[in-house]
Design a binder for this molecule. Structure first.
Ligand SMILES: *Cc1c(COP(=O)(O)O)cnc(C)c1O
Length: 407
């Protein structure tokens, strides 16, 4: 990197090669630990046994950054990637990723040409869609792998077992199409009671028995993989566990390392007099003289507004409460527990600091939701700093993307 005396160094570029906390732009950023992604993939692969691993990277890799997460997951041994829509697959192809990409969701007929052109692996839920894909694939002189989905109780997407068997048997004979996979999705695998999951599994296996020529059977997302590893079959399909969280009551039976930290800095520290209030609606008032800090993160960054007067942050390793309403771009914390807190101190909203820890699952619980929604809710305005070996290797911001090494 060359530095000129006239051109200012862009903060995004300047962060490359440095330790993660060194971000020099607006003080809110997400650190994405790609080594944790790799460790999680390896741990989940061990759990899946002989089954291979499809890393679910939909929704921008659960908010972490789909491309760097995909690259890290593939390097760590995942063989497939899973997305929900065609555009998400196209984004990965545009980044040069050649691994099989299964589009797990519904694809509208008019996107068939793009599916074929990009070599994505769609879920086919109608003969009409299958015929369109087969025609396009033959025209392009290609063979296209497709998957079919059985609805065994999720009641969302997929065909009944009978319809799925009929559909797969028809698709089987179409030229240029190869029915490579059959899958289902569990509705309540993250609950203690596994009875419904077992029932879904039985239904799925009996559909698979009627289609023994389909090579890849897959069913287990994170919860089932963690709690009932025998459901991994030929391909495990975890999402949230790759990002370091066990869903619902699923047991943390392997060590998962949370991947994302959401951080900020104190933009200002000041003393409130007793009786003074903070933020919209004046929902919090100082009962006594109180030191407070301004944090430059708000609900437009993904910090839920429902954390108003409920959430917490870490400053100098101590937990401090979020007071008053969370605004669009900022929020306020009570610094009574950290009397020596000073302007520019790091503030952790998700992640570790000293002995303190705030997980995305805890934030979700406080906000009345789940870790998934917290992680995917971190908006595009928040720069992603991708970390490997303790250094920032790539930065993604609203204004561009910079990598310290070509990938
Ligand atoms: C999102 C999704 C997954 C991953 O689920 P997690 O609970 O995050 O592991 C797996 N399969 C399908 C079909 C999905 O939509």
């Amino acid at each position: 990197m060359s530095r000129s005396t006239t051109a200012p160094v862009e903060p995004s570029r300047a962060a490359l090669g440095r330790p993660p906390g060194d971000w020099g732009g607006r003080p809110v950023w997400a650190e994405i630990d790609l080594d944790a992604v790799a460790d999680n993939v390896r741990a989940l692969k061990r759990l899946a046994g002989p089954a291979r691993l499809l890393a679910v990277v939909k929704a921008n890799g659960y908010g972490h950054g789909a491309v760097p997460v995909s690259v890290a997951a593939l390097e760590a041994g995942a063989t497939h990637l899973g997305v929900i829509c065609v555009d998400e697959g196209v984004q990965l192809r545009a980044a040069g990723i050649e691994a099989p990409i299964v589009v797990l969701g519904h694809t509208p007929l008019r996107q068939a040409a793009e599916v074929v052109a990009q070599g994505l692996t769609p879920t086919v839920n109608s003969l009409r869609f299958g015929l369109a894909l087969a025609r396009l694939a033959s025209e392009n002189g290609r063979e296209l792998a497709v998957h079919v989905k059985v609805d065994t109780g999720m009641g969302r997407f997929g065909s009944t077992p009978d319809d799925c068997v009929r559909l797969a048997d028809s698709l089987r004979h179409l030229p240029s199409l190869r029915v490579e996979g059959i899958f289902t999705h569990f509705a309540s695998a993250d609950e203690m009671d596994k009875e419904f999951t077992r029932r879904q599994m039985d239904l799925f296996l009996s559909a698979c028995d009627r289609l023994p020529w389909i090579p890849i059977r897959h069913a287990a997302a994170s919860a089932a993989l963690l709690d009932l590893p025998e459901t991994a079959l030929d391909l495990a399909r975890p999402g949230i566990a790759i990002y370091g969280y066990a869903p619902g009551t699923a047991r943390d039976r392997v060590t998962l390392r949370p991947v994302m930290a959401l951080k900020s800095r104190l933009a200002r520290v000041r003393q409130l007099e007793a009786g003074e209030s903070v933020s919209y609606g004046r929902t919090w008032r100082a009962e006594r003289p109180t030191p407070v800090g301004l944090v430059m993160a708000g609900y437009a960054d993904g910090l839920p507004r429902s954390l108003s007067n409920r959430g917490a942050a870490l400053v100098r390793g101590s937990r401090v409460p979020i007071i008053g309403r969370v605004c669009m771009d900022q929020c306020i914390v009570d610094l009574t527990a950290v009397p020596d807190a000073a302007e520019d101190d790091e503030v952790v909203l998700i992640g570790a600091q000293g002995k303190g820890w705030i997980g995305a699952d805890e934030v979700g619980e406080l906000a009345g939701t789940i870790s998934y929604e917290i992680l995917t809710g971190v908006t595009a305005r928040v720069p992603r700093l991708f970390v490997r070996g303790g250094k920032v290797v790539r930065v993604q911001t609203l204004t561009g993307e910079f990598a310290s090494e070509p990938d």
